[in-house]
Structure formats: C-alpha cells, structure tokens
Design a protein around this ligand. Structure first.
Ligand SMILES: C[S@@+](CC[C@H](N)C(=O)[O-])C[C@H]1O[C@@H](n2cnc3c(N)ncnc32)[C@H](O)[C@@H]1O
Length: 272
C-alpha cells in the first residue's frame, strides 16, 4: 500500500522485502521453533480488530500530549524524512507530515494501514507513504531517514524483538539521525517503587469505572497470568538496550504515568 512518492527513497520493492509481506507477523512466529512458536502465535493480538479502539485512544488528551512531546523532542526540519514505526491510524505520521519532506509510516496491521492511507488521501497529504511491515524488518534502505518516531508500539514486542526492532531503527537512520520513542515503560513487579506505583495507579483508575473497570482488572490479570499481556520494558531496559543497538546520546525520561520517552541518536563518524 503506497500513497505518493517524492525524490526520497521509497519503501523497498515488495519482492525484495520480507516485511512488505502481509504475513510478516506470522513469519516472525515461524522463526520460533516448536511449542514456543505455537504459543507465540496464539498470544499475538489481531490488530486488525482494534482500528476503532486505537483511533479513540489516539484522540485522547493523554495521547495528544504525548504526540506533541515526541514531535517537540524530534525537532524536525522542513527537508527531513521521518519514519513512524507502528503508526496505527496516524497519530504521529499525520501530525508531522505538513512540516517535513517525507513521512514513511509502517504498521503490522493491514487494517490500520488502510485506515491511515484513507486519512492521508482525505487530508491530501502528498508526502506520506504507508506500508504494512514489521518493526523488526523495516522496508527501507540503510541510512534513508533523518528521524525515527514511534508511539506505544514497542511494548507489544517481546524483548528480543524490541532489540531487533531497535537495530532496524538504527540501520535505517542516517548517521546523526535521531530516534524518539514514547512507550509504556514499566514492568509488572512489586519490587520496584515506580513499577508498584504505576500498577496501583492503573488498577485504581480502572476500579473507579465501577463493575466494567473491575472486569477489566480481572481480564488483565488473566491475560498476564496466561502470558497474553503486553511486554513493556522499564526505563533501565531502554537505557541499556539503545546503546546495545548502536545508539549514542541516550536519554530516557519516565513520565508521570506508566509511560516514558526515549531519545537517542545514531553516531555520525564524520562529526566526531
Ligand atoms: C497502541 S497502537 C499505537 C498506534 C499509534 N502509534 C498511536 O500512537 O496511535 C500500537 C500499534 O503498533 C502496531 N504494531 C504492533 N506490533 C507491531 C510490529 N511488530 N511492527 C509494527 N507495528 C506493530 C499495531 O498494529 C498498532 O497499530
């Protein structure tokens, strides 16, 4: 699915790109042998069924504030090219498009991509390309973007896939390019004070919604116990994983809810 192209590099030819294949997620699963592979695929969320939910979430005050913070930290200039990883229905991609030269938006879900592509057409944005692909195998050439942005995508990947995704983000950034990621950043554990506070606050806010909230708490507990919970990593994990993927100037800021923002840069050997 492609919406407009400029002189900037375009998404890799589908024939040459494993990730342009709609079954990219399945392919990720098949790499895991035996029972682990089967369990992994059972746990995968079918994002195609959540387009409406994501659109509603992206329209909340909290997500809009996070979007503005991420975009502010990325400080993009007019001639730059940005990649939005796990773009969903376009919270970041649509907001940055008017200010940069080119936006690439990738998401594992075909339905999210279709929704975003239709919004791009509706808004007559001529510089946004949308492609169904996995964060772990980006369909872009090495060094082809100035900025990689992402919001609330990476915590849906297990840690080893997050590491692969960060290495991919590093690969597609030009030397000197920036990464800005907003995500859920805590672990479900009671030994850490911030994690404990985050969990208490989430449970309290759900319980305030009455019986529906209580049901949600129980559902989430069940998902956690059966391994169908998301995979948020804490701030310390991000501080260690980004340099492992090759990034420098790493800063990870916990926010006053469960989220955090990570900022990093691909080193530019020419400027050191
Ligand atoms: C919580 S939504 C956030 C969407 C959007 N960034 C926003 O802030 O509104 C998470 C998105 O990540 C996408 N996603 C999940 N796993 C992915 C993967 N491995 N590669 C690319 N996208 C993925 C989902 O399809 C979904 O659109």
């Amino acid at each position: 699915m492609t919406v407009h192209q400029t002189d900037s590099p375009t998404f890799a030819d589908p024939a040459a790109s494993a990730t342009s294949d709609p079954s990219a997620a399945d392919r990720d699963c098949r790499r895991r042998p035996g029972l682990r592979g089967v369990l992994h695929s059972v746990r995968q969320k079918n994002w195609d069924q959540h387009v409406g939910d994501m659109e509603a979430m992206a329209d909340t005050e909290g997500f809009r504030a996070l979007r503005d913070r991420i975009i502010g930290l990325a400080s993009m200039a007019p001639g730059e090219r940005a990649l939005d990883v796990g773009s969903g229905t376009g919270l970041l991609a649509l907001a940055v498009a008017p200010t940069v030269e080119q936006v690439y938006a990738i998401d594992i879900s075909a339905a999210m991509c279709r929704r975003l592509a239709s919004k791009v057409l509706e808004a007559r944005l001529a510089n946004v390309e949308v492609r169904q692909a996995s964060a772990t195998q980006l369909p872009l050439p090495d060094g082809s973007v100035d900025v990689v942005l992402s919001n609330y995508c990476y915590h849906h990947l297990e840690d080893r896939d997050k590491e692969r995704a960060l290495t991919e983000a590093w690969r597609v950034l030009r030397p000197g390019g920036r990464l800005v990621v907003g995500d859920m950043m805590f672990r479900v554990r009671v030994t850490d004070a911030r994690d404990r506070a985050v969990m208490t606050s989430i449970v309290k806010s759900m319980l305030r919604r009455g019986p529906a909230g209580l049901l949600r708490v129980l559902k989430n507990a069940l998902r956690y116990l059966t391994g169908r919970w998301e995979h948020p990593a804490d701030v310390d994990w991000w501080r260690a994983a980004l340099p492992r993927a090759g990034f420098v100037d790493v800063q990870v800021h916990p926010l006053d809810h469960e989220g955090g923002i990570a900022v990093a840069r691909r080193a530019d050997p020419a400027s050191s």
